[in-house]
Design a protein around this ligand. Structure first.
Ligand code: PLP
Length: 451
């Protein structure tokens, strides 16, 4: 087609695909990282101008200026925050999802892709022991997933208890910042539940904190806190929610990936009684950004809260399943398809093995920290986050240590706060992370296995 308004530039198309293929094969450069905005503005000056700079120059800027000023999230020694570890199949297929350009909001436009996404959601629902009718949608991240579930919960509560004037949600003080953010967006109050000696919310602490008032529309339990990987007492909390008829939402953005491991699954006992939960495949289920699975026990409750109604939507064939009806969105890309393709490629057993591999790595690093004279383990981890102290380093020296290793690209391990003091934090999600390599880097009295 030569008469297209925006013609296809075949050489550039090939260069972009080649660039992508190289990146997927070679992986990222761990020495890449953020630069000052003024420098980037200078280097990228004039990219957007009346005549355009052309695809070749734009691609050069992407390769040489833009990407080097970003962090390598999918690098095996990136153990900061929550990194990423998408499979090659998932990353590659993301290109095809983009090229297929399917509108992901409605059955009419996306039926086939919805059927595939729903297979991936079904796998997750089954791991959680959710019923046959359960279902949901892939949203951009845990933040939007949590907010969408909480909105559905409040809509239901409003119908059932119209007399309540001002609503509260209950959550532990270790829950993710997105829960407090959702409360702000929804203009509801938060009943902060103190954790036990291991910072876990329990049924008893929840019951004590909410008292006898009937203004709680949802309890948000965390299955794997971001800072320490701690899992709340989901069973005890589910008992309270059932007795008092309160929606239980479980934020498992990070941790619920470990449902895929039959060895770890029992740590989440009680999840099968939740009304909704989220898990981010872009964190520990080996999918690229951005991808959060949001699941509802009774999807009709979500539709009641989220379905958009308008004359221009009247004629749409809503078929059996409209992703738009389950969260705060209408247009969406099929961000669940890279996960679907990867599951179909490798099989779910391979996913289980990958989670188990990461948990073994955690055990090996824990054992190494315990054996070291230099490091102190903070607590035995519930999941995939290790906190440890290095008493010979002051707070500033800890930051200097982390920065030196970041620059060298050897390890990305950043300090966090725990019990008011600074500790080092390691978050494991990549099955290619090697325990001996981590230990050789974090323990200075450890022999380097590569020397
Ligand atoms: C990461 C995280 C979130 C937020 O998820 P996004 O995908 O970054 O929006 C929410 N809860 C927990 C426990 C998390 O670890």
């Amino acid at each position: 087609m030569t008469d297209q308004f925006f013609p296809v530039d075949r050489p550039i198309l090939r260069d972009i695909v080649t660039w992508s293929a190289r990146r997927i094969v070679n992986g990222p450069d761990p020495s890449h990282g953020a630069r000052p905005a003024a420098d980037l503005e200078f280097d990228l000056a004039g990219s957007v101008c009346a005549s355009g700079i052309g695809g070749a120059e734009a691609l050069r800027r992407f390769d040489q200026i833009i990407v080097p000023a970003t962090r390598a999230q999918d690098e095996a020694m990136n153990l900061a925050y929550v990194a990423a570890a998408p499979t090659p199949a998932a990353l590659t297929f993301d290109l095809a999802v983009s090229a297929a350009e399917i509108f992901g909001g409605t059955w009419e436009t996306g039926a086939g892709a919805i059927a595939a996404e729903n297979q991936a959601l079904r796998w997750i629902a089954d791991l959680a022991g959710f019923p046959e009718e359960a279902g949901g949608v892939f949203v951009s991240g845990g933040t939007i997933g949590n907010l969408s579930a909480l909105h559905a919960a409040r809509e239901l509560a409003r119908k059932r208890r119209p007399e309540v004037q001002r609503w509260r949600m209950a959550t532990s003080d270790s829950s993710h910042s997105s829960i407090a953010a959702a409360a702000k967006v929804m203009d509801v109050d938060v009943c902060w539940v103190p954790g036990d000696e291991r910072y876990r919310m329990t049924g008893a602490s929840l019951e004590a904190a909410i008292g006898d008032v009937d203004d709680i529309f949802a309890v948000v339990a965390t299955a794997g806190t971001t800072n320490a990987g701690i899992i709340d007492d989901l069973s005890g909390i589910a008992d309270v929610c059932q007795r008092r008829d309160i929606w239980l939402h479980v934020d498992g953005a990070l941790g619920l990936a470990a449902l895929a491991s039959s060895k770890a699954r029992s740590r989440f006992a009680g999840i099968e009684r939740a009304d909704s939960f989220v898990v981010d495949p872009h964190k520990w289920l080996f999918a690229p950004y951005d991808c959060c699975a949001l699941l509802y026990r009774e999807p009709a409750q979500a539709t009641a809260a989220h379905a958009q109604i308008a004359p221009y939507l009247d004629l749409i064939d809503r078929g059996d399943w409209n992703p738009a009806d389950y969260a705060i969105h209408l247009s969406r890309r099929f961000r669940g398809l890279p996960l679907w393709f990867s599951l179909a490629t490798y099989g779910t057993d391979r996913y289980e093995a990958a989670i188990d591999k990461v948990l073994e790595t955690v055990d090996e690093v824990v054992a190494g920290i315990r054996a070291s004279n230099e490091l102190e383990l903070v607590d035995h981890p519930d999941l995939n986050v290790i906190l440890y102290r290095r008493p010979d380093l002051g707070d500033d020296a800890m930051e200097e240590w982390a920065e030196a290793h970041r620059r060298a690209g050897t390890i990305l391990c950043l300090p966090t706060k725990h019990e008011g003091g600074k500790v080092f934090r390691l978050c494991f999600i990549n099955p290619d992370t090697r325990a001996e390599k981590v230990l050789a880097t974090i323990v200075s009295d450890m022999p380097d296995p590569w020397k």
